[in-house]
Design a protein around this ligand. Structure first.
Ligand SMILES: Nc1nc2c(ncn2[C@@H]2O[C@H](COP(=O)(O)OP(=O)(O)OP(=O)(O)O)[C@@H](O)[C@H]2O)c(=O)[nH]1
Ligand SMILES: [Mg+2]
Length: 257
């Protein structure tokens, strides 16, 4: 059984930075993880990349050789990936053994997830949302919807992370959204929006509530304890370390100010 994190989220939400910090954290605690780049538009990395989609295709080459712009180029890359994914991934994954722990930066394809599952990987979706967006209830709901849409598309265990907590000056503002009461959210939402949206608001809150989506883990990359806490949550969701004698301490991410 292998283990894998798929790090997803909107552009600029901090996916690559998260991968880099996770890599350094694991290195420091003597744990081996392999980071894989699946972003054909990526430029450079400050961590060793185990394997890289740009060996198969890079946006730069596509734009240059086919005379496409960035958007058309990206679509071309994705189509090419879909077609060649099985062969490429099968070959690359042969280098990894049972128990290896892989972290994928920016996977986008559903059949990619199927491929990993088929090769006996326990996979967790790690959805990053920029904490700068968690300032009011309407943004919070829109963040939930984006995460939910990713979750429904890939059907795997899912952990939501609020990234860039170091930029949040008033922690209280964000804390209100970490584990909010559905009823409180609804009344806030109703206050913010015109009366004709009341029914929609109710439906949205119910949806978010039913999918147990209203749960984000704050991540402050300056704090080792915060990274460790997030990693422990993800590990639990993919049953990593259940057989091995791995100590998963219950850290409170706020405890070491
Ligand atoms: N202050 C702060 N800035 C961060 C943090 N994480 C990421 N950033 C910054 O946010 C910007 C985007 O970060 P990336 O890690 O490149 O985000 P990404 O999700 O990989 O972006 P794309 O690959 O373009 O989708 C960069 O300028 C980072 O330096 C964080 O925890 N704190
Ligand atoms: Mg990136």
């Amino acid at each position: 059984m292998g283990y894998a994190q798929l790090v997803i989220g909107p552009a600029g939400s901090g996916k690559s930075t998260y991968c880099s910090s996770l890599y350094r954290h694991c290195e420091a605690v003597g744990r081996t993880i392999h980071i894989i780049n699946l972003d054909p538009a990526a430029e450079n990395f400050d961590y060793p990349v185990a394997f890289d989609i740009r060996e198969l295709i890079s946006l730069e080459d596509v734009m240059e050789e086919l005379g496409l712009g960035p958007n058309g180029g990206l679509i071309y890359c994705m189509e090419h990936l879909e077609e060649n994914l099985d062969d490429w991934l099968t070959e690359e994954l042969e280098n990894y053994l049972d128990d290896d722990y892989l972290v994928f930066d920016c996977p986008v394809l559903r059949n990619f997830v199927e491929h990993l599952k088929g090769r006996n990987f326990n996979v967790c979706g790690v959805y990053l949302l920029d904490s700068q967006f968690m300032t009011d209830v309407t943004k919070f709901i829109s963040g939930c919807m984006a995460s939910l849409s990713a979750m429904v598309q890939i059907e795997i265990p899912h952990v939501n992370i609020l990234s860039k907590m170091d930029l949040v000056s008033n922690k209280k503002d964000v804390e209100d959204f970490l584990n909010p009461e559905p009823q409180g959210l609804l009344s806030e939402l109703n206050q913010r929006m015109a009366p004709q949206f009341a029914k929609l608001n109710k439906a949205l809150i119910e949806l978010v509530d039913e999918f147990s989506m209203v749960s984000f883990i704050p991540l402050d990359l300056r704090k080792e304890s915060s990274i460790q806490y997030v990693l422990a949550q993800i590990d639990t969701s993919i049953q990593y370390g259940e057989d091995a004698d791995v100590k998963v301490k219950d850290f409170d991410p706020e405890d070491d100010d």
